[in-house]
Design a protein around this ligand. Structure first.
Ligand code: SF4
Length: 248
């Protein structure tokens, strides 16, 4: 297990089920406006706040929530200082993975939706750029509700999966259009494992004729085939969500 001040690995059920080749470190911030300013700009439009995975797993504990709020406040107070802290963590994680013989994978938006590819510069030694440019040895990946990001020329080591919600029909339609136009994969949260499993391997009209894969088997979204629905089942508060964020 790697534990930095911002990212950590090995304590997330989704990542330990990975293929062993990669070790994933995830950064969990306080989502939406929990820390004062909004770090999830599409959350209201997508209607995902009530069912946010922030409450799943370790997130159910108060001390964990406090730590996430403190980290997010650091991000909001000084982006420069925060990016420097992130670089220190990423360098330590790269060294840790090297010792273990694992390939490093990092998810920066465990419970946030920050556009790291835009206006988030950092320095590593003499180099300056995005963390994707500074750490070509890391495979980054994220889920996002900001569908315009899928139209960008993203770095080769950053895989983005669109995150579906039917809480707002206009948002759901925009996700469908973006997937069709960009070929991006779409993650959907199903009410139960049984419901998700019933669709795995099938191509259904309600999922825009895209095949559904089991997204809980591994969290390594960058290894998924293209043009698929990544089927996840509801955890935490999402199990009882009635907003439409959860399918079924
Ligand atoms: S589901 Fe994602 S975008 Fe929505 S509030 Fe949670 S972290 Fe933010």
């Amino acid at each position: 297990m790697f534990k930095g001040t911002l990212i950590r690995s090995g304590n997330n059920a989704k990542t330990v089920k990975g293929d062993g080749e990669f070790e994933t470190a995830i950064m969990y911030l306080a989502p939406f406006t929990m820390a004062g300013s909004n770090v999830c700009p599409m959350a209201e439009q997508a209607g995902c706040v009530a069912g946010c995975l922030n409450t799943a797993g370790r997130g159910a504990f108060n001390n964990v929530q406090k730590a996430r709020i403190a980290k997010t406040k650091r991000y909001l107070a000084s982006r420069t200082a925060f990016m420097a802290e992130l670089v220190t963590d990423l360098e330590a994680f790269v060294r840790y993975c090297k010792r273990k013989g694992a390939k490093p994978a990092v998810r920066l938006n465990g419970t946030s939706d920050i556009q790291w590819e835009v206006a988030h510069f950092a320095s590593r030694g003499d180099e300056r750029g995005s963390v994707f440019e500074l750490f070509p040895e890391i495979q980054f990946y994220d889920y996002t509700k900001i569908y315009k990001r899928a139209y960008r020329d993203l770095p080769a080591n950053y895989a983005l999966v669109l995150s579906y919600s039917a809480a707002n029909p206009a948002y759901a339609a925009a996700i469908q259009k973006t997937a069709a136009e960009t070929g991006a994969n779409v993650a959907m949260v199903f009410r139960s494992k049984a419901l998700r499993d019933a669709f795995v391997g099938k191509v259904a009209d309600e999922f825009w004729s895209m095949p559904v894969i089991d997204g809980d088997e591994t969290d390594m979204r960058f290894l998924d085939p293209k043009g698929v629905v990544v089927g996840l089942y509801a955890k935490g508060k999402a199990k009882t969500d009635e907003s439409g964020f959860v399918v079924g």
